[in-house]
Design a protein around this ligand. Structure first.
Ligand code: NAD
Length: 411
C-alpha cells in the first residue's frame, strides 16, 4: 500500500531543508511489531487474528496513539497513522511522541468476552513495550473506554496499579472528565475558528458529517449546540439527509439507548436515505469526514460542493485530492489540528493519573480549548505569513519541533 502521509511529510521536510539521513530518521518508525493472536470463539472454533503496534517517534515524550479494531488494518496502515500522531502531538505542543496499533478483527462480530480475551492478549504480547513512560494506548475506531479498562487490568498483572498506562479509560478507573467528547469538541471548536477566519456564519451553517461514531457524533452535538444545521450524517452502511437539519440530540439519545448503529427509525422518517458518496457531494457549507482514511480522493474530489472541509478523521483526504482542493480554493483544516482534541485530553488524563489527582470537567475543557487555540493561532500565522496551506503550515510546525528535539537529544 502506498503511504498516504508520505507526500505531505516529504514536502514539509523539503521546506525544512533536512539532510537525507535526518529525513530517513524522521520518516522511519522507531519500532514496529506484528504478531498472531489466537482466539477460541464462543462457538468453539479457533480463529487467528493479527496484532500490530508501530512506535514512530519518541523524541518529545512517550509514544502515544490509539488502538484500532478493524478487519482491514495492516502494518502500512499503522505506520502512517503512527507518523500522524508524532506530528500532531508536536503541533499542539504536548510532550508525547507518536504510535498506533490494533487488531485486524471486526469488533461487531465478536462478543464482549471474546474482545476482552483478545485485548488482554494483545497487551501480554506487547509486554515491556507499553508503559506510562514508554507507550500509552488510547481509543480509536472500534475501541472505547471498555477496552482501555481491560488494558489497564492486563498491564497491572505484572506492573501493579498504574492508570497512566492507558488513556480514554472509564471515569471510575481514572479516566478524565471530558475525554470521551474531547475529539468531537475539538473538531467543533476548530470549525468555529475556521469559519470566523473564512467569513462563514456558524449559526445556520449547513454541515454534512461522514461517520457517526465517537468523533462524528460528538462533533455533530457541539456544532448543533452552536446553532449549525447538521443536514447529513452517515455510518459504514448508509447516510441520512434532511434539508432543514437533523434532530442530532434525539438521534444520539436513541442510538445510545439501543447501543446499535444508526437506522432510519432512529433518525427521522422524513429523512432521505443516501449513500456515503452522495453525502460527500452534498451542497453544504462544511463537510466533516469523521470515519476512515482516503474518503476524499482523485475520483470524487471534483464532485465536492462544500465551502470548507474539516478533517475529523485521520488522513481522510489523499495527497492528489488535496492538491485539487487547493486549486479549487476549498480550504481544508488538517487532521493534525482538527482532531487533536482527543490526544490533548489524553495528555491531561495522563497528567492527572501521574499526580493521583483529578480535575473538574470545566478545567479540562478550558485547558483543551486553550491548547488547541494556541496551535490554531500558530498555524494560521504561519500559513498567512508564508502563503502556504493550513496543512503545509501544520506539517512544517510539527516536523520542525520534532527535528529540534532529535538534534537536542543527540543520536
Ligand atoms: P468509531 O468506531 O467510534 O466510529 C467510526 C464511525 O465511522 C462509525 O459510525 C462507523 O459506522 C463509520 N464508518 C466506518 N467505516 C466507514 C466507511 N467506510 N464509510 C463511512 N463511515 C464509516 O471511531 P471514532 O473514534 O469516531 O474515529 C473516527 C475517526 O476519527 C478515525 O479516523 C480515527 O482515527 C479518528 N480519531 C479518533 C479519535 C478518538 O478520540 N476516538 C481521536 C483522533 C482521531
Amino acid at each position: 500500500m502506498e503511504s498516504a502521509i508520505s507526500p505531505f511529510l516529504h514536502q514539509a521536510l523539503d521546506r525544512l531543508g533536512v539532510s537525507d539521513e535526518m529525513r530517513h530518521l524522521m520518516i522511519t518508525p522507531y519500532r514496529e511489531v506484528k504478531f498472531g493472536l489466537p482466539l477460541v470463539c464462543h462457538e468453539g472454533g479457533l480463529k487467528l487474528y493479527t496484532g500490530f503496534r508501530v512506535q514512530h517517534n519518541h523524541s518529545r515524550g512517550p509514544f502515544k496513539g490509539g488502538l484500532r479494531f478493524h478487519p482491514d488494518v495492516d502494518l502500512a496502515h499503522f505506520r502512517d497513522l503512527a507518523s500522524v500522531m508524532t506530528w500532531k502531538c508536536a503541533l499542539v505542543d504536548i510532550p508525547f511522541g507518536g504510535a498506533k496499533g490494533g487488531i485486524n478483527c471486526n469488533p461487531h462480530e465478536l462478543n464482549s468476552s471474546e474482545l476482552e480475551v483478545l485485548t488482554k492478549r494483545f497487551v501480554d504480547r506487547l509486554d515491556e513495550m507499553l508503559g506510562p513512560d514508554r507507550d500509552i494506548p488510547a481509543p480509536d475506531m472500534g475501541t472505547s473506554p471498555r477496552e482501555m479498562a481491560w488494558i489497564m487490568e492486563a498491564h497491572s498483572k505484572d506492573h501493579g496499579y498504574e492508570p497512566g498506562i492507558v488513556t480514554g479509560k472509564p471515569i471510575q478507573l481514572g479516566g478524565s472528565p471530558g475525554r470521551l467528547a474531547a475529539t468531537g469538541r475539538g473538531v467543533a471548536l476548530v470549525t468555529c475558528w475556521a469559519c470566523e477566519n473564512l467569513g462563514i456564519e456558524v449559526q445556520g451553517a449547513r454541515i454534512a458529517i461522514q461517520g457517526f461514531g465517537n468523533v462524528g457524533s460528538h462533533a455533530a452535538k457541539f456544532l448543533h449546540d452552536f446553532g449549525a444545521k447538521v443536514v447529513a450524517i452517515s455510518n459504514r452502511q448508509s447516510g441520512f439527509y434532511q434539508g432543514h437539519g437533523l434532530d442530532i440530540p434525539g438521534i444520539i439519545k436513541s442510538r445510545n439507548e439501543s447501543d446499535d448503529d444508526l437506522t432510519l427509525q432512529q433518525i427521522d422518517f422524513s429523512a432521505e436515505e443516501i449513500s456515503n458518496e452522495e453525502l460527500l457531494a452534498l451542497d453544504v457549507d462544511i463537510l466533516i469526514p469523521a470515519a476512515v482514511e482516503a474518503t476524499i480522493h482523485q475520483d470524487n474530489v471534483d464532485q465536492l460542493r462544500t465551502r470548507l472541509i474539516v478533517e475529523a478523521a485521520n488522513l481522510p483526504v489523499t495527497a492528489e485530492a488535496d492538491a485539487t482542493l487547493q486549486e479549487r480554493g476549498i480550504p481544508v483544516i488538517p487532521d493534525l489540528l482538527a482532531n487533536a482534541g482527543g490526544v490533548t485530553v489524553s495528555y491531561l488524563e495522563w497528567v492527572q493519573n501521574r499526580q493521583r489527582y483529578s480535575w473538574k470537567e470545566s478545567e479540562v475543557n478550558n485547558k483543551l480549548e486553550s491548547t488547541l487555540h494556541n496551535a490554531w493561532k500558530q498555524l494560521t500565522e504561519s500559513a498567512e505569513s508564508t502563503g502556504s496551506s493550513r496543512r503545509e503550515a501544520a506539517y512544517t510546525i510539527g516536523t520542525r519541533r520534532v527535528k529540534e528535539a532529535i538534534e537536542l537529544r543527540g543520536f
